[in-house]
Design a binder for this molecule. Structure first.
Ligand code: HEM
Length: 239
């Protein structure tokens, strides 16, 4: 690629690298989270109904009203900010199924952690967000339950410290695309739940996952999509 430099040091290669890292960091993470989100909604139909109810209330649309395009166009920043229950349901999904289930760093120079643990250059230090999201001493006795309400206070979403809710990492290298990720996941979830209901095609089949470099994926789960009470298609979620 021919590299055209501008006076501020930006060139085509730099721009390409930024776009690539956004695609690598942003695509599978958001897609996997949405897969788990719809899986959790299938497992918890009352929660699915509550999210759908919030979509109806916040957008004040009728079942047979706008087209998909009109509906999506009407989702403004203001509308997204009012979706506290959906925001909580997505966050609760990320607590239990973090798209980056394990993450770490390599020690550059000998160091000592705040608790006195000594590290040598070249050691690996990892945090396991998947385990942290399920620890009772962090989240309480119901740590393993999918309960969006734990994020709400009087109906308003209450964020936790990123060092506790670690799905986007914390500190100076926290995910740059966090707000963007919520925005696109909320738009997608709202558009789908405005027009469809989701059910597992086979309730007896257990979900499995595969831990990979950046994410854990659902394998071979079938979700049936219902439109006005009729099954209209069956989705196969597979890595
Ligand atoms: C549910 C969706 C997402 C999750 C769970 C997620 C999670 C994470 C995590 C855990 C990291 C830290 C990785 C590390 O440093 O080892 C990270 C970094 C990053 N993420 Fe995300 N991410 C998501 C979506 C996105 C999106 C949509 C974008 C961009 C459009 C994005 C851009 C980035 C970038 C650029 C970094 C590197 C930041 C840095 O090192 O300073 N992410 N993300």
């Amino acid at each position: 690629m021919e590299s055209k430099k501008d006076p501020e040091g930006m060139n085509d290669q730099y721009l390409r690298d930024i776009i690539l890292s956004f695609m690598i960091a942003g695509k599978d993470t958001s897609a996997n989270t949405l897969s788990w989100f719809f899986y959790m909604l299938c497992k918890n139909p009352l929660i699915q109904e509550k999210v759908a109810q919030e979509v109806r209330e916040v957008t004040s649309t009728q079942e047979n009203g706008a087209s998909v395009n009109d509906f999506v166009t009407s989702i403004s920043e203001e509308v997204l900010e009012k979706m506290h229950y959906l925001h909580s349901a997505l966050t609760e999904t990320l607590r239990l199924y973090p798209a980056v289930p394990v993450d770490g760093r390599c020690v550059e120079t000998d160091d000592t952690l705040p608790d006195g643990f000594k590290l040598k250059k070249g050691d690996g230090v990892y945090y396991i967000s998947y385990a942290m999201g399920r620890m009772q001493y962090i989240w309480g006795d119901d740590a393993e339950d999918y309960r969006p309400e734990r994020w709400l206070n009087n109906g308003i979403f209450q964020p936790e410290s990123p060092f506790k809710f670690i799905a986007f990492h914390a500190g100076p290298r926290i995910c740059l695309g966090k707000d963007f990720a919520y925005r696109q996941m909320k738009i997608m979830a709202m558009a789908l739940l405005r027009f469809f209901r989701f059910k597992l095609a086979d309730e007896t089949k257990n979900v499995t996952y595969r831990t990979m470099f950046t994410h854990c994926t659902l394998t071979e789960v079938f979700i049936s999509v219902q439109f006005q009470g009729q099954v209209s298609l069956v989705l196969k979620c597979k890595s």
